[in-house]
Design a protein around this ligand. Structure first.
Ligand code: ADP
Ligand code: SR1
Ligand code: MG
Length: 421
């Protein structure tokens, strides 16, 4: 069936018929409607009262295809139901970091949510070199609360299994399996990369055994480790922030997967932003080192904050129930040693997933603006080569990197090396 996106007047008339929404916008006001979607998948509209533009909401609708490509790439519209369910779940755990959902329509595959009107999409803000002092603290809280409370560390066994079976998101997982874990590692027609990128750098993804083994392990973990309800697409385009607040949007890829996929996605995008500074700061007449250091500091702060908050939630839960997750009394040395091993493995997963997420942004179809906006092809290729080198090192060395500081030291080292080696 052919899909027609809403016209402004159709959307306004539809919203007028939804009491919860029209009360927010003002029942007797004309509505201004503007389509603003800049994501890959969906239509997004700002709708506001013509009389009082502060009364405003966001409408998001899933068409039956991938917007980036068009009708030739069909996609189930039910992805909107997954997004709404995840926003509600994450919003219950972290109301201060997730937009409220005011209305969801499972026949039109749309939802109406809180408009973040003083917030910037983080990817754009980082490309402009903006510092958000509370970012790492907020994202580490979001990660700790969501990843802990969806897992067997918190939920009763039956509750967790019911949740896993209710949160199957096969079609969108398939996109990730293909675009993140498979296509970048083969000569796939969907791949897109700069002709200035040395052929050897691309060839290495298809031939270098240690890298390919590591990437294969991460793909297996993505497809099989149903640890918790992950956001599933937690890059810097899925975060909106200002100096005081941070919100996570767009969880339509949510599914029961490995915790490190979310922590790794965020860290990968901080590292991409860090490496892209070589162009953006110099183009603005600045030296890049200070902002690069800030981005590496954020990488450390988000992991360390997450690890500390996650372990704290876990300990508190063991205290409340009087029982360690491994059985027996809380507070035993074995319980603490298990926790330490768990966090070490989670860091290794985080670094491995970060490596895969960086690689897909360099050679895969879906790019990131901080890199594509580098106008000088030769500079862009140098940035991309460094991203690939760091990604490989994170993947291959993920189990030896004993701390996030070891990983950021590696990132600083690769940044300092000539790009063409
Ligand atoms: P997609 O699912 O297509 O990736 P997104 O959820 O990322 O779409 O939304 C696309 C864009 O719409 C975002 O980059 C942002 O600019 C804007 N947007 C989305 N949700 C909100 C919101 N709650 N408040 C303000 N702007 C939003
Ligand atoms: C073809 S869809 C490309 C990407 O957009 C989303 O944000 C996900 O990252 C997906 O892989
Ligand atoms: Mg998006």
């Amino acid at each position: 069936m052919h899909f027609e996106a809403f016209s402004a007047s159709e959307l306004a008339a539809y919203l007028k018929g939804i009491p919860a929404v029209s009360a927010r916008l003002g029942e007797d006001s004309e509505l201004d409607v503007m389509e603003v979607g800049d994501g890959n998948l969906n239509y997004v509209y700002f709708v506001s009262s013509a009389r009082d533009p502060r009364r405003s909401v966001v409408v998001k609708q899933a068409p039956p295809f991938l917007r980036l490509v068009g009708e030739s790439w069909p996609l189930p519209r039910e992805r909107m139901e997954r997004e709404v369910a995840a926003l509600r779940r994450f919003g219950a755990l972290c109301p201060e970091h997730v937009p409220s959902v005011y209305h969801a329509d499972s026949e039109k595959y749309l939802m109406v949510m809180q408009r973040l009107d003083s917030h910037r999409v983080l990817r754009q803000a980082l490309t402009e070199g903006i510092v958000y002092p509370r970012l790492a603290g907020h994202i580490s809280t979001f990660l700790a609360r969501t990843l802990f409370h969806g897992s067997d560390l918190y939920l009763a066994p039956n509750e967790k299994k019911t949740a896993v079976s209710g949160d199957i998101n096969a079609e969108l997982c398939r996109i990730t399996e293909d675009l993140v874990f498979t296509f970048p590692f083969e000569d796939n027609p969907s791949n897109v990369y700069s002709p200035a990128l040395p052929a050897a750098a691309v060839e290495r993804l298809r031939t270098h055994e240690p890298l390919r083994r590591a990437a294969g392990e991460m793909k297996w973990a993505f497809m099989n480790h149903a640890e918790t309800l992950v956001h599933g697409d937690l890059h810097t385009g899925s975060i909106m922030a200002n100096e005081h607040e941070t919100y996570v949007i767009d969880p339509e890829f949510a599914f029961y997967g490995p915790m490190g996929f979310d922590t790794g996605a965020f860290i990968a995008n901080l590292l991409l932003a860090c490496y892209a500074r070589e162009w953006h700061d110099r183009a603005a007449g600045r030296e890049p080192q200070a902002y690069q250091r800030w981005l590496l500091d954020q990488t450390e702060a988000v992991w360390n904050g997450f690890a500390q908050k996650f372990a704290q939630l876990w300990r508190a839960h063991e205290h409340e129930t009087g029982r360690a997750w491994i059985g027996g009394a809380a507070d035993t040395r074995a319980a603490e040693a298990f926790r330490e091993d768990f966090m070490r493995r989670l860091l290794a997963d985080t670094l491995g997933f970060a490596g895969c997420k960086m690689i897909r942004r360099i050679v895969g179809v879906a790019k990131v603006a901080e890199i594509t906006s580098i106008e000088d092809e030769a500079v862009r290729a140098q940035v991309e080569v460094r991203c690939l080198k760091l990604a490989e090192a994170l993947l291959v060395q993920r189990r030896e990197l004993a701390s996030i500081e070891a990983a950021t030291a590696l990132a600083a080292q690769v940044l300092a090396e000539p790009a063409n080696t």
